[in-house]
Ligand binder design. Sequence first.
Ligand code: GUN
Length: 278
Amino acid sequence: MAILLDGKALAKKIRIKVKSKVSKMPSPPGLAVVIVGDDPASRFYVDNKKKDCVKCGIVSHEFALPENVCEDKLMTLIHELNHRHDIHGILVQTPLPHGLNTQKIIQAISSNKDVDAFHMLNAGRVLYGEYGFVPCTPEGVITMLDHYNIDIKGKHAVVVGASNIVGKPMAMMLLHHHATVTVCHIHTVDLASFTRMADILVCAVGKINLITADMVKPGAVVIDVGINPKSDGTICGDVDFEAVSQVASYISPVPGGVGPMTRAILMQNTANAADMLN
Ligand code: GUN
């Protein structure tokens, strides 16, 4: 039976550290959270991030804009936030409604306030291993592996999913920790033949039960980044948790795994942003 990677408990420890750092600052860090439209999942994520801000002594400023907001108005808001001295971090919750150019808006965020690390400059820094802001989910995964003393060096890490937000930076960061990395994606033929080779398997796709027990090498470390809504209102990951727990050595649950870690790293990035900008 696999050991549970308790992201909820570890995230709490990180928040305590962030709170302590923030308490020594002359004024609290400010995080601008921009949400466009009324997508329930985005609302849920944003509300959780705001709750974490309160726990860390960070002031969250929500900017909720209607679904039909014009791009110019959103760009104007970003430019204003870039110049505000009480705002140290800016995040625009994605996905944005159709018709808005997500890349244009994200790239308008000052790279010094880009606490999600979505800006090309910060993404490029990840490639070079010279981190500015760290991408929250991949850093959350690395922090979790480190906390549980799981060695990455020399291991074969398989990342399923090649998004700009998770899969690609995850692969790069595992590479910097000296893993041999394979990235699988939607066009990968015979996914199981790759996942079965993984010492460390990270799945970030968004498909319930994508990873079944027969796809996992006995003793592998399995990290589930998926967040999938279920009909009963709860969420689950991409991994068949019950069955894979019987095969893996460590496994992260959903909820209570990578999700809270992602938000804790966001808090850490916001405190670091305030440190740099003040
Ligand atoms: N959409 C899904 N995950 C994220 C995230 O970490 N940050 C933002 N801004 N949007 C997201």
